[in-house]
Design a protein around this ligand. Structure first.
Ligand SMILES: Nc1nc2c(c(=O)[nH]1)N[C@H]1C(S)=C(S)[C@@H](COP(=O)(O)OP(=O)(O)OC[C@H]3O[C@@H](n4cnc5c(=O)[nH]c(N)nc54)[C@H](O)[C@@H]3O)O[C@H]1N2
Ligand SMILES: Nc1nc2c(c(=O)[nH]1)N[C@H]1C(S)=C(S)[C@@H](COP(=O)(O)OP(=O)(O)OC[C@H]3O[C@@H](n4cnc5c(=O)[nH]c(N)nc54)[C@H](O)[C@@H]3O)O[C@H]1N2
Ligand code: SF4
Ligand SMILES: [Mo]
Length: 766
């Protein structure tokens, strides 16, 4: 078993989805148990209506949760979706009741617009013109192009795109496509997660590792929780909301810092603190100013565990005036970072900042938990580090009930084993943020912008597998630039897309393949970092039309490339899932997990882990357990960042005006800031076409009544929002649920890439 202290930035939560299993010291020592079988088994596959079987299952989306779905199957058709009934709720487990998206799965799976046949492009790339072909033609085209492109440009010209929609399962087409590529020379890997890459990259500069999350049961006694740009009521986050609602009932006070009055604010918050997007660090700086000015900081804790707090604890070789206190009290720039200073930047009243600072510093312990919304902006790593500084100066790191940072990996997470990966002979890696550059001109991808393990790339990207993702031309930051590159088929020569729908990204396919949905496949659902259970995702119905799972057609491609036997090892999809389960059982031999037949009878496996407090032993016994930083301490000031000498990446994380933020000169031309959020009616763009979910929430632009009035905009008016990058037409939702100066719309709507604004998480607009 790999130690979980090894960080892999590619996975959600800072952990690789491949490096399986639970962690480690805490868990290894503790007894585990699986979900009590008897009561549960009795419910499995029970008949609820004549001829109807109720099958417990789960989806494998990257939706933030993994829920106990009950599929009512009759005559080979799923006729209804329900969820765990009240009498089966297990108090030991987080409540895994289906969300509104889960209740609507049938409308997704049985949608009339689903792709039905394999197709090839017949028009210009991106035009969206396709002709039906046979599976034999499709797999021959793929195999021939793979061979040709590999011969001409080498294996590093092959790229696997993000696979979000299937990343919640232990087995997937994209994982097996990587296997196939590795068996035939390798491919260009990308690192970082588009979800939380900034957090994963920034947190190690403070703590030496991104794995900074504690288990949520450790918060049971916490009196104050500040959710900073975090909306778990909608985004689920491994069922954090379950714990938060329990805490709320027990009297925990919740404060939410968010430009929007989110559903989490509505359901959980005692106080809402709206601010202008990208200004979070200014509030944090002013909070630290108040805490230190009022002597509310934990002096002994800081002295023992941290460097960079004041001039006496700076690393050698750094000139005076770079410490936290020097910055806050304006020793170098003559600007004291007072609440009044922050109010002008952030629009948070100075008095609110004072109160926030005092509340956080005087309530012991308190948990400031950062979501991923703020860090997905440009230079979001500053915000990701900001919360680590506040936690450090208030002594909330490594203590039960405190919280060290934003969500990183949580030490007791449960994964399945990975018996399918084979080594990648190509060693060079790019940041996922550079994939378009690598398609356009590989020479632009330098070590400075994140190229790893090579001086330069040996080839442009020439072949793309885009299986179960809409990142190609919908979800990535600069779609204008992307589609220009993709339209030129002398650059990327061959693109294979598999999806359920003709999405904006699918329009850029050379071969477009109709995948099965999770209901038509076997799998094992894995949770996000805060969940500790596995659910069997059962095949419920046979695929209709000519739909096939990615693994199934990849076997044909492997055959045509002469590696089928090594690729499949003779296993069907279900046999792989069984194999994964058996390897997981072997790795957890002490814990008496059921065999696969048993899992089918009892498809929920919960490993009860003892509470896990991140950095607990580093704080309890620092001499024997130094932080894995160069100094062995928490680095408020990072000499490594200092040596990087980049004005936008300060060694001491603090407020720097963001590009397109409220202090950008662009404000004169485009006075409003635009942000996006992830709404309850889909997982990113997945389920966009689901009619039930379109009723749940319409795609609207939230705009404050002050801003609407100033522009003569009424409720429901169709408005055009634009910037230099593009334009969106969208109905206005005039609402005080958003701070003046900011507009917001839900991320993930589909549209024409050539007609929509390219909206990074924060952009200026008008
Ligand atoms: N229902 C639903 N659940 C999901 C998803 C989904 O699409 N729908 N997607 C899943 C995925 S892939 C991910 S990565 C997670 C992501 O989960 P998050 O990253 O936490 O979700 P977001 O909605 O992007 O951001 C959270 C909040 O940050 C706020 N925010 C935006 N900008 C700022 C800022 O500058 N400062 C502050 N303080 N707040 C800001 C937003 O208004 C939002 O309410 O959710 C997962 N869960
Ligand atoms: N503006 C803005 N952009 C963002 C974000 C944001 O908050 N704002 N969030 C970012 C984040 S955190 C993420 S994770 C990405 C997510 O962006 P993507 O990685 O593109 O994820 P999805 O939008 O869910 O797209 C998944 C695609 O897979 C398809 N699909 C669903 N199930 C299956 C299946 O079983 N098989 C196959 N083959 N296909 C399937 C769906 O139809 C959908 O087209 O977006 C990022 N982009
Ligand atoms: S979409 Fe995710 S959170 Fe919703 S029911 Fe399905 S697994 Fe649960
Ligand atoms: Mo994500």
């Amino acid at each position: 078993m790999k130690p979980v202290t090894e960080k892999d930035e590619s996975g959600e939560g800072g952990w690789s989805r491949r490096d399986f299993l639970l962690a480690t010291s805490a868990l290894a020592a503790a007894p585990l148990f699986t979900r009590a079988g008897a009561a549960r088994a009795a419910q499995i596959a029970r008949e609820s209506a004549p001829g109807e079987t109720v099958v417990p299952t789960c989806s494998t989306f990257d939706c933030g949760g993994k829920c106990d779905i009950r599929a009512h199957v009759q005559g080979g058709v799923v006729t209804r979706i329900s969820t765990c009934p009240d009498d089966e709720v297990d108090p030991e487990m987080p409540l895994m009741r289906a969300c509104v998206r889960g209740r609507g799965y049938r409308q997704f799976v049985y949608h009339p617009d689903r792709l039905k046949y394999p197709m090839k492009r017949v028009g210009k790339r991106g035009e969206g013109k396709f002709a039906r072909i046979t599976w034999d033609e499709a797999t021959t085209l793929i195999a021939d192009n793979l061979r040709r492109i590999t011969d001409q440009h080498g294996p590093a010209s092959r790229f696997m795109h993000t696979d979000t929609a299937v990343s919640g399962g232990a087995f997937s087409g994209d994982k097996m496509a990587r296997r196939l590529l590795n068996l035939t020379g390798g491919y260009l890997e990308s690192y970082h997660s588009v979800s939380m890459g900034n957090t994963a990259a920034a947190t190690p500069y403070t703590y030496g590792t991104a794995a900074s999350g504690s288990s949520l049961d450790t918060l049971a006694e916490t009196k104050l929780v500040i959710l900073w740009g975090h909306n778990p009521n909608e985004t689920i986050f491994g069922h954090t909301n379950h714990y938060f609602q329990q805490m709320k009932r027990n009297g925990t006070r919740f404060i939410v810092v968010d430009p929007r009055y989110s559903d989490t604010v509505a359901s959980l918050a005692d106080q809402w603190v709206p601010l202008l997007p990208t200004t979070d660090n200014a509030v944090m700086d002013a909070m630290m100013y108040v805490i230190i000015s009022e002597n509310l900081h934990e002096r002994a804790f800081i002295a023992r565990h941290a460097i960079g707090f004041d001039e006496s604890t700076m690393p050698p070789g750094v000139p005076a005036g770079e410490s936290l206190t020097a910055y806050l009290f304006g020793e170098k720039d003559n600007v004291a970072k007072t609440p009044e200073w922050a109010e002008r930047i952030t629009h948070v009243p100075a008095q609110t900042i004072r109160q926030l600072a005092r509340d956080y510093a005087t309530t012991k312990p308190a948990a400031l938990i950062q979501g991923w919304g703020p860090q997905r902006h440009i230079c979001g790593e500053r915000t990701a580090r900001g919360s680590t500084l506040l936690a450090t100066i208030t002594g909330n790191v490594g203590v039960k009930g405190g919280w060290a940072a934003g969500y990183g990996g949580i030490g007791n997470r449960l994964f399945c084993a990975d018996p399918y990966s084979v080594p990648n002979p190509v060693t060079e890696k790019i940041s996922i943020m550079n994939w378009v550059q690598a398609c356009d001109d590989a020479q632009k991808v330098t070590q400075e912008c994140g190229l790893k393990d090579a001086e330069k790339l040996s080839s442009n990207i020439k072949f793309i597998f885009n299986l179960a993702g809409n990142y190609l031309a919908n979800q990535n930051p600069d779609i204008n630039q992307t589609v220009k590159v993709l339209e030129d088929d002398s650059k990327v020569e061959f693109i294979v897309v598999s999806d359920l729908f003709l999405t904006p990204s699918a329009r850029y396919a050379d071969v477009l393949l109709p995948e099965t949905s999770f209901m038509e496949r076997w799998n094992i659902g894995e949770t996000w970092g805060t969940g500790n259970y596995l659910l069997l995702s059962q095949k419920l119905v046979e695929p209709a039309f000519e739909r096939r799972s990615d693994y199934d057609w990849l076997r044909d491609v492997a055959r045509k490339l002469g590696v089928e036997a090594r690729f499949s090892e003779g296993r069907s999809e279900k046999a792989w899932v069984e194999h994964i389960w058996e390897k997981t059982r072997e790795a957890l031999a002490d814990h008496a997990l059921p065999d696969f037949a048993g899992l089918c009878q009892q498809p929920h496996v919960y490993l009860k882990a003892p509470p896990y407090v991140a950095f607990e032993e580093n704080i309890r016994d620092p001499e024997n357990h130094p932080f894995p930083t160069p100094s062995g301490k928490i680095e408020i000031f990072s000499k490594r960042l200092w040596e990087m000498n980049h004005p936008e990446i300060p060694a001491l994380s603090h407020y720097v005006p963001a590009q397109e933020g409220p202090q950008d000169a662009l404000r004169a031309k485009y006075p409003l800031q635009l942000i996006t959020w992830k709404g309850k009616n889909r997982a990113n763009s997945t389920q966009y076409a689901n009619p039930w979910l379109q009723e749940v929430a319409r795609q609207q632009l939230w705009i404050n009544p002050q801003d609407a009035q100033a522009r003569g905009i009424g409720q429901g008016d169709l408005v055009r929002i634009y910037n230099d990058r593009g334009v969106v037409q969208i109905p206005a939702q005039v609402t005080p649920r958003i701070i003046p100066g900011v507009v917001a719309m839900q991320a993930g709507a589909g549209g024409s890439p050539t007609r929509r604004a390219s909206i990074t998480a924060a952009a200026r607009t008008c």
